[in-house]
Design a protein around this ligand. Sequence first.
Ligand code: 13P
Length: 255
Amino acid sequence: MDKSKRAAVLAGNWKMNKTPAQAAELLDAIIPAVKDADCTVICCTPFVDLSVAVEKCKGTNVKIGAQNCHFKESGAYTGEVAANMLTEMGVEYVIIGHSERRQYFGETDETVNLRTKAALAAGLKVIICVGEMLDERENGVFEDIVGRQTKIALLGIDKAELKNIIIAYEPVWAIGTGKTATAEQAGEACGYIRSVVAKLYDNEAAEGLTIQYGGSMNPGNAAELLAQKDVDGGLIGGASLKAPDFKALVEAASK
Ligand code: 13P
């Protein structure tokens, strides 16, 4: 299967930005701007914006995602949100294991796996984030790190479930820094992740998997990154908060 047969997916990760009123305003600008997209378009908003976002995007081609969910169905987990709470609201996607969760909130490869399984069981599609730190790249161990993150995230997950999984390669040193991985680095890392998935499952599974690049992707560098044969889309932070930039990225990801 070649790249053109895989789903191209452009997702915005709004991180901790936009109040519900601001989210409504941004979506009012995004929805008409991306209506002709020839790729899957997702906006992952803060929890408190999800309700307004789902409502706004009904009947449009913009899908809504959350930025995390817990691995238990319910219980004494103050401050957490369960996967079935999201599906009941009409949320379709969830980001799991973003490096900011790993860095600041104690997310581990093991909890990424648990959260992913819970999200899939509830019917969500999952964007699993992996990526190395700068020193890990400089020390030549990025494959070990990204390989381990990928393998543990997918532990116990059947091949049939992979259709509901996207992997986002986000080198931590490129996130919010303005320092983008070169197209070659992004392509090489996404290709490596695909080879790990091929070993875990088989070639068919690996060839069908959408793998995104994330980290300072913007309208100026997107075309080159997205031209890489193993880069099937993007997970966008800063540029997803500006409708004209997001539109340009969606156009770059469209086939
Ligand atoms: P930036 O695009 O702001 O670098 O963020 C990338 C990211 O972390 C998306 O999840």
